[in-house]
Design a protein around this ligand. Structure first.
Ligand SMILES: Cc1ncc(COP(=O)(O)O)c(C=O)c1O
Length: 477
């Protein structure tokens, strides 16, 4: 397989003078080191063009397609975000209707806004100990499609941020019976299909468009991703057009070399690395079964083909029943043990493991959690003073479609005085940024209480602002 990193090194050492961008001219400047700059170029002779690939980038994209069992693959340098925007835009003409899970990343909502789409939401069931959305069930998709003949495409997230995997094969069959495409945001599943015992990816399960964040679960640089396309339902020229629109015209070759590097890893040494990963992760999960207070979302090994289940690598720890909020546990793990987790929510925290974790990573996490759990056993709850009960997840009512609402004039108002008004901005808990309020949806008392309690627990809520003790939000005038 071509080695883009090697080519970048050869270019650096070639003696050619760079009369081209980037402006650092491959030299260090301040804290920007020569090591980084030396390899950082965009399109120059011999390095092909991402938006019209004919040489090395075309060959590497074909390698990606071969490895992921896709018909065609594209490099993403603006993350899965660009892939989702392009996929949704290509799958649906302006003004059409999309069926998507409410747990979709904000990029899906942005695509719906940009293309003026009508949205029907799928609300997957909630896992009550954690307050997280479970995988989408095929029957749910079937029912939603039967209820509305106007739906032109389906978009789901699998695995979810917390690792819930849907039965994509069955869902693809249902969706294709209607003659419409299935898009799977598999941003958290770029590792699927590699390594013994892991489920296959959604290309293998029949999805038309699949988006991977290579950087999330594989050893690659931030922002790297892949978009795969299969079958006849998607106009490929349109897809390329939208990729040109949503991706930069100056793609970073460091990022693309990093995708190439991962492809070489997946093509050669990966099976052994995934075995070591699975074993270390399984051992940690086994040891954590000793916890008497924390509840750990169990890892269910999925079959080789996708079925619903829990993905490898995510460690989701519920604090429900301990008298402690997710944020408290998150802070404690960081301050006392130096463990930086991925996120904290009301009643759980999330840590991520990949093939690149060291034995130390598993050991330190296991020891810290067992120690904290034992402290609770001894009745020491001094760190633990807050817990939020989960009620049923609110299903906000949309009064004005997103595409219209986000363009309407809005104003800042106190959240508590906004009950009954329509949201003028997205409101979401970040990470992962799944909206609890979409522009045009009605603000309810229960939602206000929920937002208030998130802020009180120290969680980051996007779309609201606290000024002089007042929670402010945007409402449509
Ligand atoms: C489910 C999901 N999809 C898409 C994205 C966007 O991915 P990226 O950061 O690669 O643009 C995220 C980011 O967290 C995500 O959680």
């Amino acid at each position: 397989m071509d080695n883009l990193f090697q080519m970048l090194k050869e270019n650096r050492d070639s003696g050619r003078y760079p009369y081209h961008m980037p402006g650092h001219k491959r030299h260090a400047c301040g804290d920007l080191t020569g090591e980084l700059c030396g390899l950082d170029i965009t399109e120059i002779d011999g390095f092909d063009n991402l938006h019209q690939p004919e040489e090395i980038l075309l060959r590497l994209q074909r390698e990606a397609a071969r490895l992921y069992k896709a018909e065609e693959s594209f490099f993403l340098v603006n993350g899965s975000t660009a892939g989702i925007l392009a996929a949704v835009s290509a799958a649906l003409d302006r003004g059409k209707r999309i069926l998507m899970t409410r747990s979709c990343h904000r990029a899906a909502y942005h695509a719906a806004y940009l293309r003026g789409l009508e949205i029907t939401y799928l609300y997957p069931p909630l896992l009550s100990d954690f307050g997280i959305f479970d995988a989408v069930a095929p029957e749910q998709v079937k029912e939603a499609l039967e209820a509305d003949s106007e739906i032109g495409a389906v978009l789901l997230v699998s695995p979810t941020y917390e690792g819930r995997i849907s039965d994509v094969r069955s869902i693809a069959e249902i969706v294709h019976k209607k003659g419409i495409p299935l898009i799977v945001d598999e941003a958290h599943g770029a590792h699927l299909g590699f390594g013994r015992g892991l489920p296959g990816n959604s290309c293998m399960a029949g999805a038309d468009l699949v988006i991977h964040s290579v950087h999330k679960t594989l050893p690659a640089l931030t922002q790297t991703g892949l978009l795969h396309v299969n079958g006849e339902r998607i106009d490929r020229e349109k897809l390329r057009r939208f990729l040109r629109i949503y991706q930069t015209s100056s793609p970073s070759y460091l990022l693309m070399a990093s995708i190439g590097n991962v492809l070489r890893f997946l093509d050669s040494e990966c099976e052994k690395a995934f075995d070591v990963f699975s074993q270390a992760y399984a051992e940690m999960m086994m040891q954590l079964r000793e916890c008497k207070h924390f509840k750990i979302l169990p890892w269910e090994r999925c079959s080789v083909l996708p079925g619903s289940g829990q993905d490898i690598g995510k460690l989701v720890i519920s604090t429900k029943g301990t008298g402690q909020s997710g944020r408290k546990l998150y802070d404690l793990l960081l301050r006392r043990y130096g463990l930086q987790l991925e996120m904290a929510a009301e009643n759980y925290v999330l840590a991520m493991f990949t093939v690149n974790d060291s034995p130390e990573g598993y050991r330190r996490m296991t020891q810290a959690l067992l120690e904290l759990d034992r402290e609770m056993e001894a009745g020491d709850k001094k760190f633990f003073d807050c817990e939020t009960e989960y009620g049923a997840m609110e299903r906000p009512v949309s009064r004005i479609p997103l595409a219209k609402a986000w363009d309407m004039k809005s104003e800042t108002a106190a959240l508590t005085e906004s009950v009954g008004c329509c949201a003028g901005e997205f409101v979401s808990l970040y990470p992962p940024g799944v909206p609890v309020l979409v522009p045009g949806e009605q603000i309810t008392e229960a939602l206000c209480q929920r937002i208030k309690s998130w802020l009180e627990s120290g969680l980051t809520v996007q779309g609201v602002e606290v000024r002089e003790g007042k929670i402010l939000t945007r409402i449509i005038k």
